[in-house]
Design a protein around this ligand. Structure first.
Ligand code: BG6
Length: 472
């Protein structure tokens, strides 16, 4: 029976804007996330282009990783991490995005973080752009709507590749690039204002095309700078099942899977737009503007591996009357067989095995699950313990299904749980929605000592890694 490969990359995943804080230190420019107020499950975060004096901005301090990375990395090392997924804050390197020269202090910070990881033999997996761009690119250029962004992104990517050539092997060009297909992605991923009338689906798809070109160029350039680089894509995989066996439900599920999940991977792995995209674009008034060289660029910039986030699954029905449920980026129809988290994300470990098989059958390149986890409210007991058995259960069940998928023949390189340390939620801006093995004393009103404490899951994950997935 096949087990996890000996060199399996166990670890955790984060994003700069959700944990670093130090939003305006050492020359960093404001980023899209610095403009987000706090929010909750029921109240949406606001984007304030001009900072309001008495408003709380959770990403400004994050969990202060910027000043505490040594302590945090030591804790990851204690759990036995083989890999740590981090992103680089673009506006720490190029404060305005369109600067000619990078900010040395920003580059030095990541040198220090990477050196610290190296000390413990933890392999970095770097996301070049994780839901964050310099705010100036929003104001001055309208984000990715503007083709100029390709040039700025590639200058930024080149700077990172050259500087960290001998420190980083694994790179991801864009986090959850397919979020451009949903309204929320307009600001978070594309840096355009959240106005459905102005930034219609057609506009977002054009902006996404610019990201595809930028990504493909970055893949090609990375391989030229260091042929040992492995550069991947990252997709938010929203697993979907037909609610019933009505052929209309089955067909709609296939269609939604193609558009929401597969389209971006198809372009980034295969190097061209899939056939089904044409009809969709024709029917949705998308007239894609492509430069003469774009097809060639896409062809020459295919990724080396495919990574994705997996949290839940939803049902699809041709009948919109069915009960809805929440989700990451996109909601869906409630599945009567599944339980959901407090945030309405349906828990479906078997769906992960299905997804791994689905993706591997299609692409035949190594896969990696780079986000998976349970957002929950944790209780800090009077004796200092945090007994997050629900998180252990969630992760255990998903790891079991990864093991099954490996036995099915899937080439799975690694697994990084989302938020190994509590951090600011991307969707809601809350701290209350915790994912970590490490508890951070920080709350939604901004209070807290920022002290770190180990949860029960900390000891559990340590054992999982030590036994290479045998002891679950
Ligand atoms: C993914 C993002 O969509 O989901 C992360 O890549 C995010 O940045 C994670 O934090 C969990 O979502 P949330 O809204 O619970 O933070």
């Amino acid at each position: 029976m096949k087990e996890f490969p000996i060199n399996f990359l166990w670890g955790g995943a984060t994003a700069a804007n959700q944990l670093e804080g130090a939003w305006n230190e050492d020359g960093k420019g404001p980023s899209t996330n610095d403009m987000y107020t706090g929010g909750s499950h029921t109240i949406a975060r606001r984007i304030t282009p001009i900072l309001e004096p008495d408003t709380f901005y959770p990403n400004h301090e994050g969990i202060d990783f910027y000043h505490r990375y040594k302590e945090d990395i030591a804790l990851f090392a204690e759990m036995g991490f083989k890999v740590f997924r981090l992103s680089i804050a673009w506006s720490r390197i190029f404060p305005n995005g369109d600067d000619e020269q990078p900010n040395e202090k920003g580059l030095q910070f990541y040198d220090d973080v990477l050196d610290e990881l190296k000390k413990y033999n933890i392999e970095p997996l770097v996301t070049i752009s994780h839901y964050e761009l310099p705010f100036n690119l929003v104001q001055k250029y309208d984000g990715w709507k503007n083709r100029k962004l390709i040039e700025f992104y590639n200058r930024y990517a080149q700077t990172l590749y050259i500087r960290y050539k001998d420190k980083v092997k694994y790179w991801l060009t864009f986090n959850e690039i397919n979020s451009a297909m949903v309204t929320l992605g307009a600001y978070a991923s594309l840096g355009m204002i959240l106005d459905e009338k102005e930034n219609t689906e057609a506009v977002r798809i054009q902006a996404l095309h610019h990201q595809f070109v930028a990504s493909a160029k970055a893949v090609k350039m990375g391989h030229q700078i260091n042929p040992d680089f492995k550069i991947g894509c990252m997709i938010a995989y929203l697993d979907m099942q037909p609610l019933t066996c009505d052929p209309a439900d089955v067909l709609l599920t296939q269609h939604m899977d193609q558009i929401q999940n597969m389209l971006c991977g198809d372009v980034q792995v295969r190097g061209f737009y899939p056939a089904y995209a044409k009809r969709y674009y024709d029917e949705h008034n998308v007239e894609l503007v492509m430069e003469a060289e774009d097809e060639q660029i896409l062809k020459e910039g295919c990724v080396d591996f495919y990574t994705f986030s997996y949290y839940m699954s939803n049902c699809v029905s041709a009948n919109p009357q069915n009960e809805q449920t929440g989700g990451n980026l996109l909601g869906g129809i409630k599945n009567p067989y599944l339980k959901a988290t407090d945030w309405g994300w349906q828990i479906d470990p078997i769906g992960l095995r299905w997804t791994l098989n689905h993706l591997y059958d299609r692409y035949h390149i190594p896969l990696m699950v780079v986000e998976n986890g349970l957002g929950a409210v944790d209780t800090f007991e009077p004796d200092g313990s945090i007994n997050d058995d629900y998180r252990i259960d969630y992760l255990r069940q998903h790891i079991e299904q990864m093991k099954e998928a490996i036995q099915d023949g899937v080439d799975l390189m690694g697994y990084t749980t989302w938020g190994p340390i509590d951090l600011v939620s991307a969707g809601t801006g809350e701290m209350k929605k915790r994912y970590g093995f490490i508890y951070v004393d920080k709350h939604d009103d901004g209070s807290g000592t920022l002290d770190r404490s180990k949860k029960k899951s900390f000891y559990w994950y340590k054992k999982v890694i030590e036994s290479n997935g045998k002891e679950l």
